[in-house]
Design a protein around this ligand. Structure first.
Ligand SMILES: *Cc1c(COP(=O)(O)O)cnc(C)c1O
Length: 397
């Protein structure tokens, strides 16, 4: 069992705020402040460059990857940290396409986050020679996996609707048709237990600043299944993924295992913040997390549907098809979200008409959900969103 009252006390949650956006940027783990300060003062400050050896900085990308591995059902040594998720998507795609030549089709769905699609489009342009990205509706992915598909690039949980794909079923189908799978876990890692090895996934990647609370710009992770590790050839072949970075060879020779997916110098300060968050995650039972996540999202769906008839649920009711977020549609969604934020309920808006709320069992309580429903109900009943200052779009929505 996990004591969620105890995990909540380990986060800094500003007074007067109900934070329902930890699916976009997790809050600050209290211990991260001292942890980062210690890394700066005791390691960077005192050790200077010797920190790479003395403080173990050089080993951090794989050591931290091993702690993420438990949360995503990955084998030890198969997860490397670094760069951003967009970069990791590109790396996984490039390696998978090379392994599965001569097939040339990347299959994705219209619920995928645009950056993943953009990275695929950029890679296809670079490769030329008939490579293409095929985008189908989320419900059509299974059917679309055929003998022409080289690799599926699917984000397990749709960032807008919170719809969750069946990883095991899609992976099994892909294997039957000879396609490789890349899973983007941006809205899965830390949202529920992911079982990459059990499903037989080939590649996966994700970010750590959402449910894993590493802070803005925190490093991404990439998973390479053990069977591919020694044949996956990094397209971004940087020196930190070289077999012997300090041999300074003129030719690239990949490191053994998933470590070859490292590119350049790792972000040590941001990894320190992530380690403070992972200290909390180490105490979390993933089955208890999922049970609480579903209870919180059920409560929100039922309460909002009862109190706000003009909002349309965009998230599946079926537990098996739901991540850890709830979204509603409304033509004035942007203004509604701004009105909520003005009242201290922080969620976000995704064009064209989605208001989105993340439910993060480590610190979200049932009392907060009840209060958020109450505030949203008042905003809708009295049209409190209908004011010019709530309709001016900001840079980040
Ligand atoms: C959040 C998110 C990203 C963001 O990528 P960055 O490179 O970290 O900015 C990419 N893909 C998906 C599916 C996401 O949800």
């Amino acid at each position: 069992m996990t004591d969620f009252a105890a995990t909540r006390t380990q986060f800094h949650l500003p007074e007067g705020v109900i934070y329902l956006d930890g699916n976009s940027l997790g809050p600050l783990p209290r211990a991260a402040v001292a942890r980062v300060a210690r890394t700066m003062q005791d390691e960077w400050g005192e050790m200077l460059i010797t920190g790479w050896n003395k403080a173990g900085w050089m080993d951090k990308p794989m050591a931290v990857g091993n702690r993420i591995a438990r949360l995503i059902g990955a084998e030890p040594g198969s997860v490397a940290m670094g760069d951003t998720l967009s970069i990791k998507v590109y790396q996984a795609l490039a390696s998978a396409l090379e392994i599965n030549a001569p097939r040339k089709v990347i299959l994705s769905d219209s619920g995928n986050f645009p950056s993943d699609l953009y990275m695929a489009q950029g890679l296809c342009r670079t490769l030329g020679d008939g490579y293409s990205l095929k985008i189908v509706a989320p419900e059509e992915v299974m059917e679309a996996i055929d003998e022409t598909v080289a690799v599926t690039m699917i984000t397990q949980v749709d960032y807008r609707t919170g719809r969750k794909h069946d990883m095991a079923a899609i992976t099994t189908r892909a294997q039957k048709k000879g396609a490789l799978t890349i899973w983007d876990l941006a809205h899965s890692a830390g949202a529920f237990a992911v079982e990459l090895a059990k499903a037989g996934a080939d590649f996966a990647c994700g970010c750590t600043y959402k449910y894993l609370n590493s802070g803005p710009g925190g490093p991404a992770f990439i998973y390479v299944a053990p069977r591919h590790q020694d044949r996956a050839r990094p397209a971004l072949s940087g020196w930190q993924g070289h077999d012997a970075p300090f041999a300074f060879d003129l030719d690239y020779r990949p490191a053994t295992g998933a470590e070859r997916m490292r590119v350049g110098t790792p972000p040590i300060l941001q990894l320190a913040a992530l380690e403070a968050s992972l200290d909390i995650w180490d105490t979390v039972d993933m089955a208890a997390l999922r049970a609480r996540s579903l209870a919180l999202t059920d409560q929100f769906i039922a309460g909002v549907e009862a109190a706000c008839p003009t909002l349309t649920l965009a998230t599946p009711r079926d537990h098996a098809m739901r991540g850890s977020q709830v979204s509603f549609r409304h033509p004035e969604g942007y203004a509604i979200m701004q009105a909520l934020i003005a009242r201290g309920v922080i969620g976000d808006f995704r064009a064209p008409d989605i208001i989105r709320f993340g439910f993060t069992p480590l610190y979200t309580t049932h009392d907060e959900v009840a209060k958020a429903i109450e505030i949203l109900a008042e905003i809708m009943a009295k049209s409190l969103w209908d004011r010019p200052e709530f309709k001016t779009r900001k840079k980040v929505t």
